[in-house]
Design a protein around this ligand. Structure first.
Ligand code: GSH
Length: 200
C-alpha cells in the first residue's frame, strides 16, 4: 500500500498518523501536487493529496475517506472514533472543525502563494480568515473543557490542523489567542507517533 503526498499537507499528515495508529503498514511516497505534478498525475490523474494506492491498485483520495475505510475494518481496540451515536456526533463535530480550519488555512496559503498579488481579492481573504478563526476558537473552547488530550481521530485531526496553521499562517492565527488548542497540539506533537511524521 502506498500513501502519496507530502507531510506538509495536513490531510496527508493526518492520514499517515491515523494509518500508523490503525496498525496499517504502508509505504510513503513524498510527491508534491505542485513541484512534481506530472509524477503525481501518473499515479492519480486528479492530483489530490493524499492519494492511497491499495494493494489491488484501487486509488483512494480524500483523507476522510481513507481514514473511514480503515475505521470501518478496525478491531474495536484500534478504533479512532466512538461508536455510540451521541459520542460519535461530538467527535465528528471536532473533526469537522479541524478540517474546516485546515481548508481555510490552505485557502489563505493558496491565495498568497498561487494568485498574483494584483488579483488578490481582499473580501474573500477576510471571509476565509473569519471562518478560520471561528474554527480555531471553537476547537480552543473544546480543548479548554477536555484536557485529556486523547490520541483518537478528533485529537489527531485537531493537533495536525493546529501545527499546520502555525507553520503556514501563524500571522493570522496568533498562538497566544488559542492556549488550550495549542497545549493539545504541543502534547500530541511530543509523542513518538507524531514525531514519525514530521511536517518539514
Ligand atoms: N478534502 C481533502 C482535501 C485534500 C487537499 O485539498 N489536498 C491538497 C494538498 S494540502 C491538494 O491536493 N491540493 C491540490 C489541488 O487541490 O489541486 C482531504 O481531506 O484529503
Amino acid at each position: 500500500m502506498k500513501l502519496i503526498g507530502m507531510l506538509d499537507s495536513p490531510y496527508v499528515r493526518r492520514t499517515a498518523i491515523s494509518l500508523d495508529l490503525f496498525g496499517v503498514a504502508f509505504e510513503h511516497q513524498s510527491l508534491s501536487v505542485f513541484s512534481t505534478f506530472e509524477d503525481f498525475a501518473r499515479i492519480n490523474p486528479v492530483v489530490k493529496a493524499p492519494s492511497l494506492v491499495l494493494d489491488d491498485g484501487t486509488v483512494l483520495m480524500d483523507s476522510t475517506l481513507i481514514v473511514g475505510y480503515f475505521e470501518a475494518q478496525a478491531a474495536e481496540s484500534r478504533r479512532q472514533l466512538p461508536q455510540q451515536p451521541a459520542a460519535l456526533g461530538k467527535a465528528l463535530e471536532v473533526v469537522g472543525l479541524a478540517l474546516a480550519a485546515c481548508e481555510k488555512a490552505v485557502q489563505i496559503v493558496y491565495e498568497r502563494n498561487l494568485r498574483p498579488e494584483e488579483k488578490l481579492h481582499q473580501p474573500w481573504v477576510e471571509r476565509v480568515t473569519r471562518q478560520l478563526l471561528a474554527a480555531c476558537h471553537a476547537l480552543d473552547l473544546h480543548y479548554a473543557a477536555n484536557t485529556e488530550h486523547a490520541v483518537d481521530q478528533a485529537g489527531i485531526s485537531s493537533a495536525v490542523a493546529w501545527s499546520f496553521i502555525q507553520l503556514m499562517v501563524a500571522d493570522v492565527v496568533k498562538a497566544d489567542d488559542f492556549p488550550a488548542l495549542r497545549a493539545h497540539a504541543e502534547r500530541l506533537e511530543q509523542s513518538e507517533l507524531f514525531k514519525r511524521y514530521p511536517m518539514v
